[in-house]
Ligand binder design. Structure first.
Ligand code: FES
Length: 123
């Protein structure tokens, strides 16, 4: 087995459609994971980068969420439009946050606080 340099876990948790927490699968994460895997392989990352489905990352309000390791970065609000930036960002340590479209999607203690969530819900 190759030793992977970087891992991307994308939440594929699914809840019932009427669950108030929602879920990343209901927002399209399963298709996103498959597209990401294809794009990563096409970019020649197969031996260096591993993209996997994960269970709930517990930031459901910000889904689709993902964790980049070993960078220790959590991302939210991902869509298929983010695939090129994610693949580029997975090339290097810290690369995901160097992508201008992804850096603002980083989930932190500050932007996921109860106050931030209240602002999010108010729109
Ligand atoms: S359902 Fe994806 S973070 Fe909880």
């Amino acid at each position: 087995m190759p030793f992977r340099e970087r891992f991307l876990w994308v939440c594929s948790n699914r809840r019932a459609d009427d669950n108030p927490r929602g879920s990343c699968a209901a927002k399209g994460s399963e298709a996103l994971i498959e597209e990401l895997k294809r794009a990563s392989r096409t970019a020649g990352q197969g031996a260096r980068v591993r993209i996997m489905a994960s269970s709930c990352i517990d930031h459901c309000e910000h889904g689709i969420t993902a964790a980049v390791m070993p960078d220790g970065v959590l991302l939210g609000q991902l869509t298929a439009d983010d695939i090129p930036a994610l693949v580029r960002g997975l090339e290097t340590a810290g690369g995901v946050l160097a992508e201008s479209s992804l850096a603002p999607r980083q989930l932190t203690a500050e932007n996921t606080s109860p106050e931030a969530l209240a602002r999010l819900r108010r729109g």
